[in-house]
Design a protein around this ligand. Sequence first.
Ligand code: DGL
Length: 263
Amino acid sequence: MNLSSPIGIFDSGIGGLSVARAVREQLPGEDILYVADSLHAPYGDKSDSFIRERMHVITDFLLSQGARAVVVACNTATTAAIAQLRQTYSVPIIGVEPGVKPAVLATRSGVVGVMATPRTLQTHSFESLAARFSSKVRLLVQPCPNLVHQIEGLDFDSEATQALVREYVMPLLEEGADTIVLGCTHYNYLSALIARVAGPEISIISTEDAVAREVVRRLESSSRGESAAGSGRAAFYTSGDPAIFSKQLAHVWGPGEAVSSLR
Ligand code: DGL
């Protein structure tokens, strides 16, 4: 499908589709070009240099397809290397980072838990985000290995996924957290399960709507008031098996979308 000046959005897999959906809701007239780097998911156990290289390959592809803005719909990639991406390209590049700031505003107990990939929590950029708020709240970090694997397998509520969620959420509650940040876009698909495990008193913070608002703001300032460039279509690419991504897409986005290979 040929899109005119789409918004390019990418992630290691299906997590960024939750961001793409929020962008679609706030900008229904824009075309979206989505890339799932499924062959290399999860990013959470890759090195910074590998993730950086993939970000450049995918951004080059999105720009070759006419993208006028790029959304890095992945906390792991954003915290690893968004600064280098912005230095290289002149289009607006919007990233996703764990919603520590809204969590600090929401907490009553003063204890906030952040669930994220091990890689995100080890980055310098997450450490400086955490340091900015360390005088205001006690921030607990919870690396969640294997959770992305469950989500890529569309396993949102099996016994195994429930057990992992309990393993990651319970320590946060035991330490007094009343607010949990979903610091990985994949975890958005587990928000109902996480809320069930955590209980009704616990606030769950995700950032896809805030990211979509930022996309709106950046497009408004770069297009100087011109209206949407597209007609509300979406095209999907994967570096993995298109048949597998089609199934994932049908489950979390909707049926009937074509998927192409990213070579
Ligand atoms: N969705 C991603 C994030 O927000 C990436 C997860 C992964 O590939 O490990 O961190």
